[in-house]
Write a protein that binds this ligand. Structure first.
Ligand SMILES: NC(=O)c1ccc[n+]([C@@H]2O[C@H](COP(=O)([O-])OP(=O)(O)OC[C@H]3O[C@@H](n4cnc5c(N)ncnc54)[C@H](O)[C@@H]3O)[C@@H](O)[C@H]2O)c1
Length: 267
């Protein structure tokens, strides 16, 4: 069911790789709610993924941008405002990748240049995206910026490795940048802390399926799906949440406030 919540709004959606991607669902939902969007992803992902299919479905264009490249991000913002014929109302950061996890390096045997690259891709890119748009004054008053995160920023999930620190940094950027943008343009910045979700990035974490099942049992409402995440994200892009900013918002079926669940113990 669509409510026209983003009617007339224009936004940039990063991170849609394939139809499992959380960003894919958010893109579809944003358009269903009346938004006009631009899709972006790393040039390499454009070759591997199915993003052109999504572009066709959502009547949008794809602007390649490596989120660690200030030049690419500058081009992304310029081309997007040109396409929209004006400023942007919302942006989604849905980007994450750990080199040490991908290359199966143990957390106690981290390769530091990979760690720095991980932080750049998964967290500093968020600051870069925001700073680029801020300096170009490309976001409309009361615009909304959302990034996706995970509760490993607050609690220890051993196999999440250096992504835990990436997410802690990402969430901190949302608070700090949120202050400056609120003061300047009433632009709000939040992170959504999503349940484990079966996507390419998710499945890269060791033992993901077992962990997914555990999390499902620990969450009184069950794991939140990517479709439900899209719904929540749309509410944050909409005008119904204008005074929500600098928050890390748990979208996890109650997982974050649980201590013990009898279901996990088979009671
Ligand atoms: N899947 C989960 O369990 C889960 C849970 C909570 C939060 N998240 C977060 O959600 C976000 C989206 O992940 P997803 O689960 O949909 O997986 P995904 O693999 O579909 O999306 C990750 C995206 O990051 C993009 N990316 C990687 N390096 C990039 C770069 N240098 N420049 C631009 N884009 C780049 C990839 O191409 C891909 O589209 C990530 O931030 C992830 O950490 C995922």
């Amino acid at each position: 069911m669509a409510y026209g919540l983003l009617s007339g709004k224009k936004g940039i959606i990063s991170g849609a790789l394939d139809s499992d991607s959380i960003a894919w669902k958010i893109a579809e939902r944003a358009v269903a709610e009346g938004a006009e969007i631009v899709l972006t992803n790393a040039p390499i992902a454009l070759r591997m993924g199915a993003i052109n299919e999504l572009a066709e479905k959502t009547n949008s264009i794809v602007i390649p941008a490596d989120a660690t490249s200030e030049e690419d991000l500058s081009n992304l913002i310029d081309q997007s405002t040109e396409r929209f014929g004006g400023k942007i109302d919302f942006m989604l950061h849905s980007i994450g990748m750990s080199l040490n996890v991908r290359k199966k390096r143990d957390y106690t045997d981290i390769k530091y240049d990979w760690m720095q690259k991980t932080f750049d891709i998964s967290a500093i890119s968020f600051h870069k995206l925001m700073q680029t748009a801020y300096q170009k004054d490309a976001i409309n008053e009361w615009g909304s910026v959302v990034a996706l995160t995970y509760i490993a920023a607050q609690r220890t999930f051993p196999d999440y490795s250096e992504m835990a620190e990436s997410k802690a940094l990402l969430e901190s950027f949302a608070r700090s940048f949120g202050y400056h943008w609120a003061k300047k343009k009433h632009v709000r910045v939040n992170t959504i802390s999503q349940s484990p979700t079966l996507t390419t990035a998710g499945k890269g974490v060791k033992g993901f399926q077992e962990f997914f099942d555990y999390s499902d049992k620990m969450s009184p409402l069950g794991n939140a799906s990517s479709d439900a995440c899209a719904d929540y994200c749309i509410s944050l892009f909409s005008d119904l949440t204008k005074y929500v900013t600098m928050q890390n918002l748990f979208h996890d079926g109650g997982f974050s406030n649980m201590g013990m669940a009898p279901e996990v113990l088979g009671l």
